[in-house]
Design a protein around this ligand. Sequence first.
Ligand code: FEO
Length: 400
Amino acid sequence: MQCVRKINEELYWVGAEDRRLALFENIFPIPKGIAYNSYLIKDEKNVLIDTVDYSVGRQFLENIKYVLQNEKLDYLIINHMEPDHCSLIEELVFKYPEMKIVCNNQTIRMLKQFYNFDVDSKIEIVKEGEIFKTGKHEFQFIMAPMVHWPEVMVTYDITDKTLFSADAFGSFGALNGNLFNNDIEIEKDWLSEARRYYTNIVGKYGPQVQNLLKKASDLEINMICPLHGVIWRNNLEYIIEKYNKWSKYEPEENSVLIIYSSVYGNTENVVNTLSNYLGEKGIKNIEVYDSSNTHVSYLVSESFKYSNIVIAATTYNLGLFPTIEQYLLDIKRQNLQNRKVSIIENSTWVPGIVTKEINKILSEMKNIQILENTFSIKSSAKDNEYEYIKNIGDEIINNI
Ligand code: FEO
């Protein structure tokens, strides 16, 4: 059965949702599912923009058939070749043999790598700024390499002032029938999963996102249609400002994020005492995460949000506790910058190892200020060591 939405007179959402997939890209938990958006514009020539993941292919093909009503599919525009969007290309080539594939030069190699059909006979290559007409609609293409793969471009419908933005401005989470940003409470229902999506998928490529934002600022945009998550049809400044901040690695919240590991609860006790001290001194919206029971994608996301981070780590086999090590390597991989970090360590055998290893990773990142006050817990904190916690807290307060 079809599951289609008409967005305006000629534009249809023909995507699909998946709530069965546990891990997006086989790495990121998606407890709220995922939407794979695809868009069909009916014009003198019918044009489809991107496809979907193979797992929802049957729904997608039924949607297209329903919208076309026996008309031809003339063009497929490919903005992005990651398989969560390109999986159904070969099916379309077989089902709609007259269909031409509109893509850029970088896309050809990937098409040939993923597929066996005669790519060269199907493609029409477009370049940055080139105009492509389907009748009433005129499209323009803007290259957006590394947002999130090298071949990515975005497509601007000049006629409707709609930006088909590929992965940019997307989010984890199924749509649940609420296709548009003004159907949901964005801060409550969208922001945290959009931040987790952005920071873990595209976070590393801040300068490239800045390039795209700069190019897009020259366009008059009424609607943004991403490949995941809600379609934006008003309040576009909100999402653009979020992307601007995230891609410049600027914190959204002047407050404290505490990430810890604790094998027997002694490090956790210190973390609780510190967060309590900070709260008592008036710091709001403090977040505390046990790295052992929180997927690292959430920790990366929260690290992009907060100005100050406290890392409280236990020593493990004379090295860093594995979940803390993974967290640090992940924020380094995602190019996190411009944060103030306080360090707490716990050791029973040899003090100093953990602090040294944390310092080493942080020193390889850009503009990370390591605050001076630390606490080297020897197995468990004693009453006369409260001063260490207070000093860490006071220094954070002075630096927020
Ligand atoms: Fe949703 Fe980079 O693919």
